[in-house]
Design a protein around this ligand. Structure first.
Ligand code: V55
Ligand code: FE
Length: 492
């Protein structure tokens, strides 16, 4: 543990540690590229912008080591127009980045531990805005779950500033995984640690299609759990408390934000979509950990949730656990699992749908919060065994199309033995195309050349391989989440 009173000298170069090595080496490139090179043909009807956001440390962390989740947010934008593709990338100018650029050294310390920050920045926001590019109500937002959204100009990528829904959001945090109901345009989101570091408070908000907050519910969870994603259905909202937990005393002592604690149950706080605190019911389950869910739907009071779910925290980061157990790469591997919860009966059920290491589950967004049949995800294929799916050469080298009615993979494409993929984004072939009929945009990491290619796949026939391969002339850092914005929405 770090002695919080000691202010170490930040390293002047990126030290030789895993988080700054190999594919995770900082790229830090802010670029404008006119007319990227393309192999094959980009479909002319793909008109719009692909935004992707991920961490890319601007400076070596003052503590000499770091975690992947703590890099500064760098926004990327691919503009597609009539078969041509241009590129732009810009850092999100957070308070943290502005302070550190001014000082020309790192001032903020460990991931979500302000007690490890330089004394000169105590009380300033260490938010990195590095997790998810999200578009709602004409606004491009850079999201990070420990702070407020940062708004960026969707064409220039200039940082506009913190966005609190015109003062209506008083939670200190907003999730990187909001949900939108495409039928109403309503935008559902929450903040955990909503009243401050390691607090159990959760704030839940619904904004209408114009960004006006129309519903708000606050509650105190059973513990402060790592709630990265949540789900909304026609009638319910579900907040999963999973036992990677934050503890203020540990954080104050310079310890890690999250610690896996399998003595705690998973607990689901369920309430009606526009419910009140009094309407919350809890359902218990064995310890589980999930970063991401595909989607969820309900039939009466029965709620079905599909996700990329493990029996342990799928990062060695918070092991040994509170019982002294070491990281177990098998139990900690996220598989496609289905949870069935009942709001009225309080019951929990679970089944494994796909017994493969799977992450970055996505759907055709036109079915979000309703019933979806199709999902897409990255799978660790080809016998790769890298245990930590969130780090380095992930081994997530296969993109699959999963059919939830047939309960099977119906199409897939292997990127290659020396490649992995970043989160895929689905784009419908045309307005009104049936579910899952369209294109997948996927950024491939090529370890043989240490370069990236953006590939365009037919989402129905993945095995046909890329329709087009768009080449980047340099390597970019690993991004987490992105979105597709059709041309008519992103142009001001
Ligand atoms: C994730 C990413 C984060 C984070 C917490 O995808 C969880 C998982 C990039 O930052 O802070
Ligand atoms: Fe995420």
């Amino acid at each position: 543990m770090l002695n919080a009173s000691v202010s170490p000298q930040p390293p002047t170069r990126f030290p030789d540690v895993p988080v700054y090595s190999g594919w995770c080496s900082p790229s830090r490139i802010e670029a404008d590229i006119f007319e990227l090179e393309v192999e094959g043909e980009v479909p002319a009807e793909l008109n719009g912008r692909l935004y992707q956001l991920g961490p890319d440390p601007q400076l070596p962390n003052r503590l000499g080591d770091d975690v992947l989740f703590n890099g500064d947010g760098l926004m990327r934008m691919f503009t597609f127009a009539d078969g041509h593709v241009d590129y732009r990338s810009r850092y999100v100018l957070t308070e943290k980045l502005k302070l550190e650029r001014a000082a020309r050294r790192s001032l903020f310390g460990a991931y979500r531990n302000p007690y490890t920050d330089d004394l000169t920045v105590r009380g300033k926001s260490g938010g990195t805005a590095n997790t998810s590019a999200y578009f709602h109500n004409g606004k491009l937002l850079a999201l990070k779950e420990d702070s407020l959204p940062v708004e960026m100009d969707p064409a220039t990528l200039e940082t506009i500033g913190l966005y609190d829904f015109d003062g209506a959001v008083t939670s200190k945090t907003v999730t990187a995984h909001p949900r939108t109901d495409p039928r109403t345009g309503e935008h559902f989101f929450f903040g955990y640690e909503a009243k401050g570091l390691a607090t159990r408070d959760v704030a839940y908000y619904v904004a209408d299609a114009h960004g006006k907050i129309i519903h708000e519910t606050w509650f105190e969870g059973p513990y402060c759990g790592f709630m990265h994603d949540f789900v909304v259905t026609d009638d319910y909202v579900v907040f999963p408390f999973m036992p990677a937990v934050a503890d203020l005393d540990r954080i104050k002592a310079g310890g890690k934000h999250w610690q896996w604690d399998p003595t705690k149950d998973t607990q689901f706080a369920i309430m009606p979509r526009y419910g009140t605190t009094e309407e919350i019911r809890y359902v218990s389950a064995p310890p589980r950990f999930a970063f991401h869910f595909f989607n969820a739907h309900n039939d009466g009071t029965t709620i079905t949730i599909d996700g990329s779910i493990a029996e342990g925290f799928h990062s060695p980061y918070s092991y040994p656990d509170t019982l002294g157990n070491a990281f177990d790469p098998v139990a900690s591997t996220p598989l496609v699992r289905r949870w069935t919860l009942d709001y009225a009966e309080g019951t929990f059920g679970e089944e494994v749908l796909l017994p493969e290491c799977t992450e970055f589950p996505v759907i055709d967004d036109r079915f979000e919060t309703g019933t979806n049949r199709v999902g897409f995800a990255l799978v660790r294929g080809g016998g790769q065994t890298h245990p930590d799916v969130m780090h380095g050469p992930l081994g997530l080298n296969t993109i699959v199309r999963y059919d939830f009615e047939k309960s099977q993979v119906v199409s897939s494409y292997v990127l290659g033995a020396t490649s992995s993929g970043q989160e895929a984004i689905f784009v419908p072939r045309y307005d009104g195309a049936s579910e899952g009929d369209g294109y997948l945009l996927l950024l491939a990491n090529r370890y043989d050349t240490m370069l990236n290619e953006l590939i365009v796949l037919d989402a129905v026939k993945l095995e046909d391989g890329p329709i087009a391969t768009v080449k980047l002339p340099f390597r970019v850092h690993f991004a987490f989440h992105g979105c597709w914005v059709p041309q008519y929405l992103s142009e001001g």
